[in-house]
Design a protein around this ligand. Structure first.
Ligand code: FES
Ligand code: FES
Length: 171
């Protein structure tokens, strides 16, 4: 008689080994646990916001192996072996990351709900395009929704961060 059991069937929890903000973490996760729930509820990294829960708004973005990822729309077990960075991991020795500082300087947030995702998205953008033009910035941030700012200040913050990265005086 054939065995009709599907791969993974009957498994309710997965062991998980990953790095989060530079720290090695081991845990177990329910099969249906999302990456956002793992970060927010289990690890208390609540800077990862959940808005739409559908992979549309970008509020829940974390960097997974350096790539912006909608954590609401992936399973926690998919993070096995990954290097995850959340907004909590950007500050170093009490100093805001250059991108965070640019958002502060430009007043690029109001309610702040989108800001974690926007900042992490900007970090990833500048790693790939150190001096992005307006079209490139607009294309990247179009994946994230801000209901407050009208985007002008966010674009200004990305440009300021790029200029500071390039070492421009007065940026
Ligand atoms: S909450 Fe994940 S994309 Fe909106
Ligand atoms: S600052 Fe409120 S959603 Fe962007």
């Amino acid at each position: 008689m054939s065995d009709n059991t599907l791969p993974g069937e009957g498994v309710s929890e997965y062991p998980l080994h990953l790095t989060v903000n530079g720290m090695e973490r081991r845990t177990t996760v329910p099969v249906a646990c999302t990456a956002a729930d793992l970060l927010r509820d289990d690890m208390r990294l609540t800077g990862t916001r959940v808005g739409c829960s559908r992979g549309v708004c970008g509020a829940c973005v974390a960097l997974v192996d350096g790539v912006p990822a909608a954590t609401c729309s992936m399973f926690a077990f998919q993070l096995e072996g990954c290097d995850v960075q959340t907004i909590e991991g950007l500050e170093q020795d009490g100093q805001l990351h250059l991108v965070q500082q640019a958002f502060v300087d430009q007043g690029a947030f109001q309610c702040g709900y989108c800001t974690s995702g926007m900042v992490l998205l900007t970090k990833a953008l500048l790693e790939r395009h150190p001096r992005p033009d307006r079209a490139t910035i607009a294309e990247w941030i179009s994946s994230n929704v801000c209901r407050c700012t009208g985007y002008a200040q966010i674009i200004a913050a990305v440009e300021q961060a790029a200029a500071r990265l390039a070492g421009e005086e007065g940026a």
